[in-house]
Write a protein that binds this ligand. Structure first.
Ligand code: ADP
Ligand code: PHD
Length: 566
């Protein structure tokens, strides 16, 4: 055995990845190869195989000229992974859809994608329902649960229609039923068990899809995110991704790809709690976050999220079917839109993309020709007014007025420290010196039991009443107007006109520091009507003349609305 130290021109943000022992059977020695200094990122994934070829010609102990290595070895090979393609539940809802998704992936031969998949169709919701029913149905009735039957039927039919081995997921189907039996026996479904239970959805969809690609002769490798380096907090059902994830995922995926290239097929939505080592989930819709996390980890060129709509739309199409797709968004706009309730993107999913400055493309797997929405760091806002209208329902609002005199300092700090102590986060805030109106982040409350939510709210009010007069208002909605807040006067003028015409009273208004969002709070039962009326005015109205503030700031000019819309 001999050791060969060698530098070749390969750029990588993860140098340790490239220091490895390689056995060369032809020479019968192991070389310790240190891939060091850094020139050309595009060759990093293929270096191993090619360097092997060069080194095979060498004698043990030889120092190889880096130039020679570069010339001779970097012409061919697998190339590096180029993008992430994430397909949501609606895109992989059946065998037919899986076939179409496979065709779609293979229709981009220039791409070397990492594929992230969600569970098939409504599998996650069915798993959760089955788990909840199992708590009280009794062990002998578990096998009769309609949701379990539905999950089994869908997956077994898919196996048959794709023509893959039933052993691909037979163990998972068996274990799933055993787990539900366990829940029925224990008569409880803890958040930890819930996460383990729903993980079966992604674990099965990715195995089926990988087997299908392999059957087509396309080399693909299945990865469970919790075994692959997605490391999270231990907040079951709503875990946060930890920083260590990025290097771990890069090491695993790039390392495997370099040594034996195969399309990685990764479970979305799942992670591994760093203390418990148990399976965690990233909150409903979390596969988007898996995709952007992998995109950032590998420094990829693009992150694609494939949905069942033509991109991010001007509003929720379930509320108003005439919504149209928005061609461009900034990360800030997309993050606000997602955070304030647009189901199309996971609330946290923009963060890794923004940090890595990696464009996110939202596309329609049912209509791949549609251009979709491109989300980037900056875009030309000079003509932008309103981009999208988002509705968040079932919000709790609190009016809090200080019992002390005007000028009392520390009031806001006291109020927010109460929320901090109780671990409740706040969404929208409007303040004066002695009063605050705010809404509570429902996602933090939704993850808890209804009864727990109610007692938590009582507790918040109790604590606040020590320093203020508190009015708790439930069944409110936040309507978020995402767009160019530089045009807030125009947006508000139009919006208030529409709401006044519809007889709606706005109970609170807030314009965030993000400069992309104005939030209006209205009653739940008026909210959908408001969204429809606002959409008609901002996106469909044939108003030819509209007064708006000039971007140059020198007064008011008259501009046709059509030229302002995106
Ligand atoms: N502003 C919006 N733009 C696009 N889709 C939206 C919007 N608001 C809500 N939706 C809903 O989000 C759905 C897509 O998100 P989701 O169901 O999470 O997709 P997938 O499961 O394919 O990842 C659409 O079918 C649509 O009904
Ligand atoms: N399957 C999970 C995760 C996910 O992201 O799904 P989808 O991509 O279908 O929204 C859920 O239903 O929440």
């Amino acid at each position: 055995m001999a050791t060969l130290s060698h530098f070749c021109a390969v750029k990588t943000p993860y140098p340790s990845l490239f220091k490895r022992n390689v056995h060369f059977p032809q020479l019968d020695f192991v070389a310790t190869i240190t891939f060091g200094s850094v020139q050309n990122k595009s060759v990093k994934a293929s270096c191993c195989e090619r360097v092997q070829r060069v080194i095979c010609k060498a004698q043990a102990g030889d120092i190889i000229d880096p130039k020679q290595t570069k010339n001779e070895s970097f012409g061919e090979g697998p190339g590096e992974l180029t993008c992430v393609m994430k397909f949501g539940g609606s895109s992989v809802a059946s065998a037919e859809r899986m076939r179409e998704v496979a065709d779609l992936i293979l229709s981009f031969p220039e791409e070397r994608p990492v594929i992230v998949l969600s569970a098939m169709g409504k599998t996650t919701s069915n798993l959760l329902l089955a788990g909840e029913k199992a708590v009280s149905c009794g062990v002998s009735n578990v096998s009769e649960l309609q949701e379990l039957a539905c999950i089994k039927e869908l997956h077994l039919r898919t196996i048959e229609e794709l023509g893959v081995e039933s052993s691909t997921i037979s163990k998972h189907l068996l274990e799933l039923e055993q787990l539900l039996n366990g829940v029925a026996m224990m008569k409880e479904l803890t958040p930890r068990t819930k996460d383990y239970l729903v993980s079966f959805g992604e674990c099965m969809s990715t195995r089926l899809f990988t087997a299908y690609l392999n059957k087509l002769g396309v080399k693909a490798l299945q990865y469970d995110a919790f075994e692959m380096g997605i490391i999270t907090t231990d907040d079951f059902t709503n875990a946060e991704i930890l920083e260590a994830t990025y290097s771990a995922v890069a090491k695993r995926l790039t390392g495997d790809w370099m040594s034996d290239p195969a399309i990685p097929i990764v479970t979305g939505f799942l992670g591994k709690g760093w203390r418990t080592c148990a399976v965690t989930t990233l909150g409903r819709g979390g596969s988007d976050l898996t995709a952007t996390t992998i995109g950032k980890a590998l420094g990829l060129r693009e992150i694609q999220v494939w949905k069942d709509v033509d991109g991010v739309l001007t509003c929720d199409p379930n509320i108003y079917p005439r919504a149209v797709s928005v061609p461009y968004l900034t990360f800030d706009e997309a993050a606000e839109l997602a955070y304030f309730g647009a189901q199309v993107l996971h609330p946290q999913s923009m963060r890794p993309a923004r940090e890595g400055d990696i464009p996110v493309r939202v596309k329609n797997s049912y209509n791949p020709k549609a251009p979709g929405t491109l989300i980037v760091k900056t875009r030309d806002m000079s003509k932008a007014v309103l981009t999208s209208i988002v509705l968040k329902r079932n919000v709790t609002m609190l009016d809090i007025a200080s019992t002390r005199m005007l000028g009392q300092f520390g009031f806001l700090a006291k109020v927010f420290s109460i929320f901090e102590d109780l671990g409740i986060s706040v969404d929208v805030v409007a303040t004066s010196e002695v009063s605050i109106s705010l809404t509570l982040d429902p996602s933090k409350l939704w993850s808890r039991e209804l009864i727990q939510q109610a007692s938590e709210l009582d507790h918040v009010v109790e604590e606040l009443e020590k320093i203020a007069v508190v009015n708790l208002l439930q069944n409110r909605s936040i309507i978020s107007l995402i767009g160019n807040v530089q045009r807030s006067s125009l947006i508000l003028e139009k919006a208030f006109h529409v709401l006044h015409t519809n007889g709606v009273n706005v109970q609170m208004i807030s314009q965030g520091a993000s400069k992309v969002n104005i939030s209006l709070i209205v009653n739940d039962n008026e909210a959908e009507q408001c969204v429809r009326a606002l959409h008609e005015t901002f996106f469909e109205s044939d108003l030819s003349e509209l007064v708006w503030e000039s971007p140059s700031g020198n007064g008011y000019v008259t501009t046709p609305l059509s030229t302002l819309a995106n």
